[in-house]
Ligand binder design. Structure first.
Ligand SMILES: C[S@@+](CC[C@H](N)C(=O)[O-])C[C@H]1O[C@@H](n2cnc3c(N)ncnc32)[C@H](O)[C@@H]1O
Length: 185
């Protein structure tokens, strides 16, 4: 397997999330990045004085991003974790963000890309558990394509007492990337 598949290096979707983070006041905020990949976005937040925890299921991503953070001389709490499993169950954040794997796939071989049968397996796992780690006034940024069924996400969120608005859209070859801002209703 090539490095490309082992650690997800920054690309269009990463930069789209960054463009939203750029307009936020991150100073002193407790921030959790789920699926940190290369660590690019977590490092961005730490450079803007957020208190950052970064998790990824892929240990190679954790090792890679730790090294990047050291090079950039920023302090980030890195943790290998399958979604929220290894976090302290009581820990809460002002901002949680996730650029998930969402491609339709028969299995989850490529951790950075594969989203399972309808491309929603990892997104649904995230939606199931994020609220336990969100401060009452906190919010979530979630990258979501048009073909990953936005209505289903809306339904799941509304049952939990959350709603979203679309902050940014970018059309690539075969998909539209949306950044959802998710908040309590
Ligand atoms: C599309 S990449 C995004 C990487 C980085 N955040 C970025 O924007 O460049 C998705 C990341 O989610 C991670 N991931 C996949 N399934 C996960 C899970 N169940 N729990 C935590 N991280 C997961 C992958 O290993 C990968 O690093």
């Amino acid at each position: 397997m090539s490095d490309f598949y082992e650690v997800y290096l920054p690309r269009e979707d990463t930069y789209l999330v960054e463009s939203i983070l750029k307009n936020r006041d991150l100073k002193g905020k407790k921030v959790l990045e789920v699926g940190c990949g290369s660590g690019y976005l977590s490092i961005f937040c730490a450079k803007h004085k957020a208190i950052v925890t970064a998790i990824d299921i892929n240990n190679k991503a954790i090792t890679y991003s730790k090294r990047q953070a050291e090079k950039e001389k920023v302090n980030i709490d890195f943790l290998q974790s399958n979604m929220f499993e290894s976090l302290d169950p009581k820990e809460k954040f002002d901002l949680i963000f996730f650029n998930p794997p969402y491609l339709v796939s028969d299995n989850l071989d490529f951790l950075a890309l594969d989203g399972g049968k309808e491309g929603r397996e990892i997104i649904d796992k995230f939606l199931k558990g994020f609220d336990k780690h969100l401060e009452p006034n906190g919010f979530v940024l979630l990258l979501h394509t048009d073909y990953n069924d936005l209505n289903k996400t809306k339904e799941i969120l509304s049952k939990k007492g959350f709603s979203f608005k679309i902050l940014s859209q970018e059309r690539l070859f075969f998909e539209e990337l949306n950044i959802l801002e998710i908040k309590r209703i």
